[in-house]
Design a protein around this ligand. Structure first.
Ligand SMILES: NC(=O)c1ccc[n+]([C@@H]2O[C@H](COP(=O)([O-])OP(=O)(O)OC[C@H]3O[C@@H](n4cnc5c(N)ncnc54)[C@H](OP(=O)(O)O)[C@@H]3O)[C@@H](O)[C@H]2O)c1
Length: 303
């Protein structure tokens, strides 16, 4: 459900002990996930900082980490991000049941900064095998089709994920960058546990997918929830309003943006990116920030 006027948790900015929780395919997770991508692309931090950032997320109560085989600088270090996540979880002592790791297949990085698509079943199956190795697990918690490949029948790509699940290599199946029609088509083939689309105060065009997921209890992972930069300016034309609400509650505008996203329903899980502990620790606390009706009206979201 959307957080409503009747929600007892609404009406106060931060209520003692009130922390939102979410569920993905029956598995409980915190309401804020970590988007690990910035730790593996061009301009990434050194390995030690990346590990500190992931560990800080775990310490802050984050139990969902979003990664992908393609989060790398190119084919030479494909799986870079997944290996970082595996190393951080191991060194932190976090057990496989304590954090849900969501990875993706279907994008390839030739090494020139571009992102190409390969949604062929044979590629997805090989990519999944490589992700199992990079993540050092026997089964992947949540495997997402990164993006539909127009050169491949969508049903064939989804069919590959269904087979991976039937083979026990993948526990849950998710989709990313899809339309309502594609979610419906995929649901005929396999149980879809999550949808990951771009959604933020500055990018609201996935509203139809949010509504669809909310009505069916499918987890909606909001990628780029801070507009990709985390800067207040990336909050779009409502920038000033976010700054004002943030000032009112004594929190960062980024935390307000994440709380705004969370207010779209109890299936919504923002996955803010981070490459520094301080940013993910701040973002994690959005799970306990509840915006009131005045706040939401000011931010352009009527209750
Ligand atoms: N499925 C897809 O096609 C797709 C596409 C893009 C992204 N994603 C996923 O979505 C995640 C998030 O997207 P994104 O990383 O592009 O963008 P984002 O979450 O909108 O912004 C990330 C940036 O915001 C900064 N930040 C985070 N929390 C902050 C805070 N509380 N205060 C100030 N700055 C803050 C971080 O800075 P620092 O780096 O300085 O910590 C980070 O670089 C990715 O990591 C990835 O997992 C998926």
């Amino acid at each position: 459900m959307v957080e409503t006027r009747d929600d007892p948790q609404r009406g106060a900015a931060t209520q003692a002990g009130a922390v939102r929780r979410r569920v993905i395919g029956g598995r409980p997770v915190g309401a804020i996930g970590l988007g690990a991508m910035p730790m593996s692309l061009e301009g990434r931090p050194d390995r030690a900082q990346a590990i500190r950032t992931i560990r800080a997320a775990l310490d802050a109560g984050i139990t969902l980490i979003d990664t992908a085989d393609a989060y790398s600088t190119g084919c030479a270090d494909i799986g870079h991000n997944e290996r970082l996540v595996a190393e951080a979880l191991r060194s932190h002592g976090t057990g496989k049941e304590e954090a849900l790791v969501a990875t993706k297949g279907g994008h390839v990085r030739p090494g020139d900064g571009s992102w190409l698509l390969d949604g062929r079943p044979e590629h997805l199956k090989a990519a999944c095998e490589a992700s199992l190795v990079a993540l050092a697990v026997d089964v992947i918690d949540l495997y997402q089709l990164h993006r539909p490949d127009p050169a491949v029948a969508f049903a064939d790509s989804v069919g590959a994920l269904a087979e991976l699940r039937d083979e026990g290599k993948v526990r849950l199946v998710g989709l990313s960058n899809v339309t309502v029609q594609q979610i419906e088509e995929a649901s005929e083939i396999v149980a879809v546990s999550s949808v990951q689309n771009q959604f933020s105060p500055a990018f609201r065009s996935s509203g139809a997918e949010v509504t669809y997921c909310r009505e069916r209890g499918i987890a909606f992972l909001a990628w780029g929830p801070l507009g990709g930069m985390g800067a207040a300016a990336a909050l779009g034309s409502a920038h000033r309003a976010f700054a004002e609400v943030a000032h009112r509650h004594g929190v960062s505008p980024q935390r307000v943006a994440l709380a705004w996203t969370l207010a779209h329903g109890d299936v919504v899980i923002p996955i803010p990116g981070a490459s520094r502990p301080v940013t993910i620790v701040d973002s994690a606390r959005a799970a306990e920030l509840f915006l009131d009706d005045d706040d939401l009206a000011m931010l352009g979201m009527a209750a």
